[in-house]
Design a protein around this ligand. Sequence first.
Ligand SMILES: C[S@@+](CC[C@H](N)C(=O)[O-])C[C@H]1O[C@@H](n2cnc3c(N)ncnc32)[C@H](O)[C@@H]1O
Length: 379
Amino acid sequence: MGPKVLKKGEKFPLDENCHHYTKLNEVPWDIQKYWHQRFSIFEFYDYDIHLTDSAWFGVTPEPVATRIARDLSTHPIAQGKRVLIDLFGGAGGNVIAFALSSGRWDRVIAIEKDRSTLACAQHNAEVYDVYDKITWVHGDCFEVMRRFWGVRLGKGTMSDGGPEEDKEELDDLLAELKLEECLVFASPPWGGVSYRDQEVFDLSKMEPYNLEQLYEACTMPEHEEEEKKKQVEQKEGGSAQAQTQILPQALFLPRQSDLNQIAALVPDGAPKIDVVQYCQKGASKALVAYLPGTIDAGGKEEKKRSEAKKQLSEEERGQKKRKQDDEQEQAVPKLLPETTEEASVAYDAQEDVDLYDTPKTDNAEKRKRKRRRRSSHNN
Ligand SMILES: C[S@@+](CC[C@H](N)C(=O)[O-])C[C@H]1O[C@@H](n2cnc3c(N)ncnc32)[C@H](O)[C@@H]1O
């Protein structure tokens, strides 16, 4: 079966894999730790939030999801973007928060391949009053992305069977989307909890999808890029100082992910990557890498900026050296990154580290929501 866009109002029923645990003795042992934190995961857990047993491990806690939704809505990579595509919808942690940023997105699309998890996400979105603000797609996001590019190239078919009606429905949805208005958010599975034991998480070994696979799925296939450059050359004559468009992405990854691997994704000349650590109670839960979507192929602006930076840092280095010579043995040793690339990533990561506790919410609105939910729950 290929991916299926659910029709307006179409809901997958909760099934035997979807649970709302109310007592500790109902909860499988390996989930108990998460269940104890259920209200930090979903503030309205008691209003019948449902999860599959595996969704407990991957769901983004509500305060983190809220903060990401807020950051993403105003981030420079989101400029001009009106459609948000969540490739790995899960039980709805992130996608609900995106849909709650009402007015920011014309459309929020959630893709999830596991039917029971999607049923939970739809149900949870209903608890948060945003069920009908989300376009739900059941299926493999890689297949959807292949189709996304296929529709733009006017070729390609879905790899497997499935009803023609579903394919048309998906093609219609994808054809409606303007590439320059789309922003992709991805919170892929991290391959279980073993990532915690690693000092630096190797993203090339992330399972079942590594960083490169994810990135490739979201990047315009090379031949189309070439085509685009040729068109610019023909139109303008001379060499292409083209704006090569890739799909911008926000990637939700383990907190200790290898930043050099993330940096390597973006070609020379592209704007810098922001990496933000999202923390709860003083500890990082995960990072989000905000990747720039448009590349100045000539890299002129970026070259100018780095030249200026180089000059400045040479001067700074000279000053520093003189100071160090003066201070001699008293100089305090410092851990400096060894390469420019490393330095730039380290700089970005430090600049953007964003510790936070409880997100500020509008209390009146919160009370109103609670009352509304309570009365609908009692009815
Ligand atoms: C880490 S969870 C996402 C959690 C989600 N952000 C949330 O807050 O609830 C990853 C999800 O991706 C789904 N998934 C895995 N492979 C997929 C694929 N190829 N296409 C779509 N969904 C996929 C899994 O079933 C799982 O629910």
